[in-house]
Design a protein around this ligand. Sequence first.
Ligand code: NAG
Ligand code: NAG
Ligand code: NAG
Ligand code: NAG
Ligand code: NAG
Ligand code: NAG
Ligand code: NAG
Ligand code: CA
Ligand code: CA
Length: 560
Amino acid sequence: MFYSRALVLSVPLLFCFVIPTSTSTSVKDLTIHFGGNGGISCATCTVIMSLTEQLSVIHNETIIHSLERLCKYLPDKYRQQCQIFAEFFGKILIESFTKEDNPDTFCHKIHFCFTEPGKQECSIFPKPKSRSPRNVHTGILKEVLTYKMKQTPYKIHQDPKICELPGIKAICDWIEMIFEKHDPAIDLDDDRFSTYQTLRGSSWRGKDCDDSRKDIHPGSRPLQADKSRDSNCNGIMGIDPVSGQAYEDLYCKKSQARGIVILGDSLSAHFHVPREWLNTTEISAAVFEPLPFILENEFDWPELSSGTGFMNNSYSNVIHGPMYSVYNYLWQRNRCNHRDYQNLSVNGARSSAMADTIEKSHPDTFAHMTTPDEMKNNSMKTLQFLEKNLPRGSHVFLIGLADGRVLYDSLKDRIHPIGSLRNDVTYSNFYDYFNCLEISPCVGWMNTNETIRNMTTERAMQLSNVLKEVAQTQADKYSNFKLAYMENPIFQAIDALKKRGGQIWEVLEPVDGFHSNQLGQALTAQALWQNLETQYPEAIGPINPFNDKIHAIFGDQGGY
Ligand SMILES: *[C@@H]1O[C@H](CO)[C@@H](O)[C@H](O)[C@H]1NC(C)=O
Ligand SMILES: *[C@@H]1O[C@H](CO)[C@@H](O)[C@H](O)[C@H]1NC(C)=O
Ligand SMILES: *[C@@H]1O[C@H](CO)[C@@H](O)[C@H](O)[C@H]1NC(C)=O
Ligand SMILES: *[C@@H]1O[C@H](CO)[C@@H](O)[C@H](O)[C@H]1NC(C)=O
Ligand SMILES: *[C@@H]1O[C@H](CO)[C@@H](O)[C@H](O)[C@H]1NC(C)=O
Ligand SMILES: *[C@@H]1O[C@H](CO)[C@@H](O)[C@H](O)[C@H]1NC(C)=O
Ligand SMILES: *[C@@H]1O[C@H](CO)[C@@H](O)[C@H](O)[C@H]1NC(C)=O
Ligand SMILES: [Ca+2]
Ligand SMILES: [Ca+2]
């Protein structure tokens, strides 16, 4: 599976991640039945309504016009679907939205949000002063509720799913298609490397330089020293006319080239939803331009992430901050490493040997959080898997968990982008709302209850200790790699930020209030690299003295 020796960073923060409460089997179920009290459908309705309502205030126009305005912001491909939706939904708005409504009350009224027996009512915005009557069934409403099941009888009290509405359906189908597959969608020779960037292509694994041959891809062993063709896709090939030797032999053979492999979940995943999409004071057509690219990348940005980032940030209107990555440092150190990166992380994590841990997380009970035993078994499985698949001379680092209490401590009173017009939604409100809908990616820390946050940290520390212990006791057990434990670099990154006079919220994702953002990724990469350079220089290999020659002869080595 891995051909060149590898630097593996294993980032097992899985225990925080939540699997939906319902027993869903496919991604389709996941996107539709996710959560309680309306879950994702409720949240989606509320976001659409809040954007629409706020735009109508900003532009002094009717809510229908604002909905149309919102559609106009979208790129062609989506605009048409959005307009189909707007035409359908507009009728409902006219009939049901009153001055007394806010997005919460309206989405309850039309049943995208509801309150399950014994549960609390969920709302993100402050309650309006006078409340509009609930549960009005208008003619149009029936249309929403019955749209889905034309053939089968469909009870009026059954909750409608937003993905079943005209217009939205096409978009949901597309998202589902994208999220279903974690191998590249376009990979003709089936070597898991692709010539296409998104759809799990070269954003995740170095770009293939021959998509018709399985034995040719980044990180493979050069065939016949790449005299006549480039078989490891690092852009280096041919014969030096002076010495008559192959350039691969001359510049790379003894260079101890290595690739980087990231194992992890969405936490290591650089998940990012542009804040500009939710902040109605800065929303515009320009910020939706990269929408297709963003969707095809599953809202992840591996190409800019701390592990495998390889490109300059060219989307600076929707993602902010510099790019530094361990891959890029490795490449600067030795240009023979060009394109040799693989990121095997998955949103919600189902990556090979690490699979078992994830299924255990659950929103409301600690009984379902990953236990130290499970963590131990799981990391052992991962190591055995790596021993089978890594070539000799590799290095594996188990990275500990961070103390996620920084999230609440630094964000609780700050305003979430969804409340940007009236400053009426804080991250505390946002966390409570997500928990109420049971759609939080990390109930333990994204929580206004201090006891729960403390318990989560306690568990995280136990799990880190397990990893540390595994690294210590197993250090000599593997012949193909050296094993070590590393503290989570995020606090080192935060220290660096504070020294520059920055504040912690500056490295956190504004929309999800959870992941680290582009600046956080960059600072994390710097911290990681610093640790590698000072403590584990053998893991990163020597500086290649031929870098300048490689650059002079091969330029950008085929780029990315
Ligand atoms: C909003 O529009 C209405 C008529 O469409 C107009 O009477 C009113 O003055 C406008 N308000 C502002 C603040 O521009
Ligand atoms: C790994 O891949 C995910 C996509 O699943 C990406 O978002 C993330 O940034 C990558 N992580 C690292 C550390 O490179
Ligand atoms: C990023 O930009 C810098 C400066 O403009 C340039 O030297 C470098 O080659 C670029 N890197 C990539 C990967 O495009
Ligand atoms: C971990 O593995 C051991 C031995 O393989 C097994 O006895 C134990 O039940 C496992 N624990 C969990 C929580 O899976
Ligand atoms: C929304 O955008 C405006 C304009 O860029 C900015 O000043 C404000 O801080 C943003 N609000 C939030 C909550 O992100
Ligand atoms: C916080 O959570 C703990 C543990 O679940 C619970 O016992 C306690 O009542 C909660 N406190 C509040 C204020 O909700
Ligand atoms: C949570 O932990 C902090 C620091 O460890 C401690 O100061 C605080 O009292 C704890 N709070 C609760 C409710 O346990
Ligand atoms: Ca290939
Ligand atoms: Ca080559």
